[in-house]
Design a protein around this ligand. Sequence first.
Ligand SMILES: Nc1ncnc2c1ncn2[C@@H]1O[C@H](COP(=O)(O)OP(=O)(O)OP(=O)(O)O)[C@@H](O)[C@H]1O
Ligand code: SF4
Ligand SMILES: [Mg+2]
Length: 336
Amino acid sequence: MSDSNLLEIQNLKMHFPIRRGFLQRVSGHVRAVDDVTLTIQRGETLGLVGESGCGKTTLGRCIVRAYQPTDGHLLYNGQGAAEVDLAKLSRAELKPYRREVRMIFQDPFASLNPRLTVFDNVAEPLRIHQIADGSALENRVTGLMNRVGLRPEFMKRYPHAFSGGQRQRIGIARALALDPQLIVADEAVSALDVSVRAQILNLMLELQKEMGLTYLFISHDLSVVEYIAHRVAVMYVGKVVEVAPAKKLFAQPQHPYTEALLSAIPRPNPRRKSKRILLEGDVADPSDPPSGCYFHPRCRYAQDRCKIERPPLRTLPDGHQVACHFAEELDLAGIS
Ligand SMILES: Nc1ncnc2c1ncn2[C@@H]1O[C@H](COP(=O)(O)OP(=O)(O)OP(=O)(O)O)[C@@H](O)[C@H]1O
Ligand code: SF4
Ligand SMILES: [Mg+2]
């Protein structure tokens, strides 16, 4: 594994069984994550986008090992000397890695305990991992509060006393408490007002610079991803369909699904040439996906071959990865 890679996700699958009837027999599987291979480089922000139900959260939850993946590998090369496969570790073996790989959520309130003060919420991971107590603990939590832009005197209050943006700062402080390497941020700013959103994004950027953090930044909002991500991966029905540096993906998408997502971003420029591409229908059902290319029923460039043959994710000569048979022939519209 290359030293510049923090995590190599290889052929990862998360299939949820569907149980039916009185006997709860397994009648099928929801293939929420279906054979995903993707690399997260040390110190980068990898944006993960796609419509609702594409499997973004499920992939994030596999990485933090909230789920035991059905199959595949999560090769992690963190602070420790040796590379490990997080997908294969037992609960006990995972403990040191739970410090290094943390998740922050859309609704930080859900991950904060309403009956604990902010101090106790932020201190909790430090206590669980027996990293600090007494005055050392107090100093550490005070430092974290300062770092995320919250006044330390707020520590005695309870989470309900805070606004959405402040709660997200508390959520970030909690995630930072254990000196993580990789943070999976799942729709972390999606519920916030535009002005507060920019503040939290800027805080995340500063923290990344200072602490050398790596982010997997999950969002259905492409304009937010354009602002924060170095590279972007696009998911559709449990599969990665395109990966490229952010600038390139936005300017020259190679997958018709990405083109359609980009065309839907509201832009202030009324003279913009490219028109919005209407994506008809819904994301395919991951328990019963279409034949061939999963995107073919909604793709305006689909040909007969697309209904039969599933396009693998392949690397073009310039390093851009795409899963479309006709990537070289199509001239897709991006946004500049
Ligand atoms: N625990 C579960 N059991 C069964 N199916 C699940 C489970 N969690 C997610 N799914 C299904 O897996 C698919 C992917 O869901 P997921 O939440 O990962 O999507 P998402 O991309 O995060 O969507 P959103 O943008 O709405 O958050 C969906 O079809 C969802 O219904
Ligand atoms: S393989 Fe065919 S259906 Fe799939 S995205 Fe490419 S052109 Fe569209
Ligand atoms: Mg989600």
